[in-house]
Design a protein around this ligand. Structure first.
Ligand code: SIN
Length: 286
């Protein structure tokens, strides 16, 4: 157990994950406390808070201390606080978050982080897993690192989201078509440098990355298959078993995550606030 000025930190695995004790996220936080939480996030990539009781409005206010918030073009939003996205999974709406991904890489400035709160949980199951993309990058051989560092990839909203499921209603179809029109494919480096720590990390994912630029189709597919398997090695992963009142805050710039789809027919409701980040870049060492 280590200690910051304001809270205690229990490290959960060498690569990723820490439990933060002694913070009430519902209370307005001082700039110092926000700075300490940011430092814990940078050090551990995903941090967990237990026993929280914060409203969607308080979740939005806490998230907004870290940057502007993203409005998801497709997912349901809280009526009073549209920055709060609702993930409500049940038999008629099974989870679609059960694939490894980094949030919203289909925009020019993908999120710096996301804050996820458990609202309704199944009796068991419905865990979430996170993987460190800098640990995954560090574990590659030097020749593979050099090869990847020269590459860029296309990330595409329409690759991840299809009209299926929304096609039943005119409003659903229109929302989807508007989202596709407003989110054309974007290009990001395959390896990005973290803007605050400088750490390098793999920045492609199975959900939003359509292809690697400059490679033949079968080369891109083979490389993506390798990377998508590599990033989920248990050495890079922490798994969180949710309890009522838990909140997770992850650094979306060097992690991937996925929900575990094992809880139907029970219901699981989570709310997420998503903090926008900056344009990913790769800077070669001099
Ligand atoms: C997400 O993919 O942002 C949410 C993951 C989860 O529901 O566990």
């Amino acid at each position: 157990m280590t200690r910051s000025n304001s809270f205690q930190i229990e490290v959960l695995s060498p690569a990723i994950g820490a439990l933060v004790r002694g913070v009430n996220l519902a209370e307005p936080a001082s700039d110092d406390l926000i700075g300490e939480i940011r430092s814990a996030l940078l050090a551990h990539k995903v941090i967990f808070f237990e026993g929280q009781d914060f409203t969607p409005g308080q979740q939005r206010d806490f998230a907004a201390r870290f940057g502007d918030l993203h409005l998801h073009p497709l997912y349901d939003r809280n009526d009073a606080h549209p920055e709060i996205m609702i993930i409500d999974n049940h038999v008629d709406n099974p989870t679609d978050n059960n694939f490894w991904h980094t949030d919203v890489t289909f925009i020019e400035t993908p999120p710096m982080g996301s804050i996820l709160a458990a609202r309704t949980l199944p009796p068991t199951g419905g865990d979430t897993m996170w993987a460190s993309m800098s640990a995954a990058y560090d574990a590659l051989s030097a020749p593979m690192q050099r090869f990847l560092e020269g590459l860029e990839a296309i990330h595409d909203f329409a690759y991840a989201f299809t009209a299926q499921g929304l096609a039943g209603s005119q409003a659903g179809r229109e929302r989807y078509e508007k989202a596709v029109a407003e989110n054309p494919p974007v290009t990001h480096p395959v390896v990005r440098c973290h803007p605050e720590t400088g750490q390098r990390g793999i920045f492609v994912n199975s959900v939003f990355t359509r292809r690697i630029k400059g490679l033949r189709r079968e080369e891109s597919q083979a490389l993506m298959t390798f990377l998508n398997a590599h990033v989920q090695k248990p050495e890079f992963v922490v798994r969180w078993r949710w309890r009522s009142g838990d909140v997770a805050f992850w650094d979306n710039r060097n992690t991937q995550h996925r929900a575990v789809d094992d809880f139907l027919p029970h219901r699981r409701i989570m709310t997420r606030a998503t903090v926008l980040g900056d344009r990913p870049f790769f800077a070669p060492t001099a």
